[in-house]
Design a protein around this ligand. Structure first.
Ligand code: FAD
Length: 439
């Protein structure tokens, strides 16, 4: 543990200033949430983080943390609290050629991580949404297109964290140092009780990205959004990705998709064979689905399916969530992570992730918010009946939330252990995110 008495270099933004307003607008979801921190500390060093925590103690207020601001419910914005904004902290990826390990700051975006690792001929699973930050991504667990083969980023790749704990001290957490912090950080997302200021990941030699896709037309849609043409039909798109050394290896990996069932062949409107895809085009796909604009509002609902529920029952329960989309920019996703053997002795990340099923709801006209939320609440009341839990990355803890409070984000035993560790490191509840997950 190191005591943090370096020189501070960050900026403190006060409410009412232009800079403060700008920082408040720097979130993926543009919808105002009506929560205003008393100060925003834009930090550049661990000493700045410690200074922000000291200030919070002096004022007796809680702390929110923001790496990339991608969580649509913006839990980092706490009314009357302090927001620690990590955008400028360690914003680079360093590669150690001897150990093959990369280290990076929490605000490094997915696309920046790809560029930096690609430049040195290496790879680690950094996810597929280009402007998500690795801080929030890794703390929640880190799903990505390679999770099915290589596990979640936080459990299978991240080997060490640097954390400023509530006392202001800097600790290194790994499987051999401060193991309890390392266990609790990996999968606690918004409930974590410290500020992660640097992460270390192992890497493998880079390969080539290949993709294959199918598009099917389903049926005409109903929508609450005025701009959707009545003739517009719902499409189902299947995107398959392989990270491989050669085209034939990728074709082999994706060959299981060769046999399109007869019953849906007539609905096919497009099918692209396995071919190399550039990372730029790959990221562009995500941008196209989740455009970020000053008037674009987003919500997210999701479940992790209970692997014991038979497929027929599962499909019936999630159909509404995926097909009754409330607006034109909304879309449903089934992400096949196939990660069911999770080891809760290694990390709080403890729920099986066979399929991650989610709906991104998008709207521009503020009047659509309530009708859209009503549709989502109803759809997910059904989907929750076949869930073993929810990915903590998506949970909205706010009073206006339409998420169920009874769907867990960890197993009961992992939750109890997490709460004990949290109490030890943050007895005064400086980081209040855990409160949404107490029973
Ligand atoms: C369009 C889109 C695509 C997505 N794609 C994926 C995906 O491919 N795979 C996947 O796994 N998830 C994905 N997610 C979910 C995403 O990983 C989470 O929302 C994640 O929390 C975002 O991280 P962030 O740092 O950008 O967000 P933030 O809002 O900054 O962080 C979320 C919360 O995490 C905590 N936190 C963040 N950084 C730190 C830190 N350094 N120290 C302590 N606490 C911290 C804070 O409590 C904060 O409120 C996606 C989300 C969106 C909106």
């Amino acid at each position: 543990m190191t005591n943090n008495n370096q020189h501070t270099s960050g900026t403190v933004l006060q409410r009412g200033t232009k800079e403060y307003e700008k920082a408040l607008g720097n979130y993926f979801n543009s919808e105002p949430v009506g929560r205003f921190p008393v100060e925003i500390h834009s930090v550049q060093s661990t000493a700045d983080v410690a200074a922000a925590l000291k200030r919070a103690r002096e004022l007796g207020v809680p702390v929110g943390v923001k790496s990339g601001g991608h969580l649509p419910s913006k839990p980092s914005l706490i009314n009357g609290g302090i927001l620690i904004e990590l955008d400028k902290l360690n914003r680079a990826v360093d590669y150690d050629a001897v150990s093959g390990v990369v280290s990076f700051g929490p605000a490094v975006r997915v696309e920046e991580a790809w560029k930096a690792t690609d430049a040195v001929g290496r790879f680690f699973p950094f996810g597929h949404a280009p402007d998500v930050a690795l801080g929030g991504f890794c703390l929640a667990g880190g799903q990505g297109f390679s999770m099915r083969g290589w596990g979640a980023t936080i459990t299978n790749w991240i080997i060490q964290l640097e954390v400023v704990v509530p006392s202001g001290d800097v600790v290194i957490a790994s499987r051999t140092q401060n193991q309890d912090v390392f266990w609790a950080a990996r999968g606690s997302g918004q409930a974590f009780f410290g500020v992660v200021t640097r992460l270390w990941s192992r890497t493998i030699p880079k390969k080539t990205l290949y993709a294959r896709s199918f598009v099917f037309t389903l049926f005409n849609t109903k929508s609450t959004e005025e701009s959707i043409p009545s003739s517009s039909s719902l499409l189902m798109s299947i995107h398959l990705t392989a990270y491989a050394n050669t085209l034939s290896e990728a074709e082999n990996l994706l060959a299981v998709w060769d046999d399109v069932p007869e019953a849906i062949k007539s609905l096919s409107v497009d099918a692209k064979p396995t071919a190399e895809i550039s990372w730029k085009d790959f990221f562009q796909l995500q941008h196209a689905m989740n455009p970020r604009a000053p008037d674009q509002n987003w919500g997210i609902h999701s479940v992790l399916n209970d692997p014991k529920v038979p497929r027929k029952k599962l499909i019936k329960a999630i159909k509404q969530a995926l097909c009754d989309l409330p607006s034109r920019s909304s879309y449903g996703v089934i992400y096949m992570a196939d990660t069911v053997d999770v080891d809760e002795t290694d990390a709080v990340f403890s729920l099986p992730q066979k399929y991650y099923i989610s709906t991104f709801s998008g709207w521009k006209n503020p009047e659509l918010r309530d009708p859209i939320r009503a549709v989502m609440r109803q759809s997910y009341a059904k989907a929750n009946t076949v869930a073993c839990g929810m990915y903590i990355a998506d949970f909205d803890p706010s009073p206006e939330s339409t998420h169920s409070r009874t769907v867990p984000v960890w197993t009961d035993t992992a939750r109890e252990r997490f709460m004990r560790i949290r109490e030890k490191w943050d007895p005064h509840g400086v980081f209040p995110g855990y409160k949404a997950f107490t029973k």
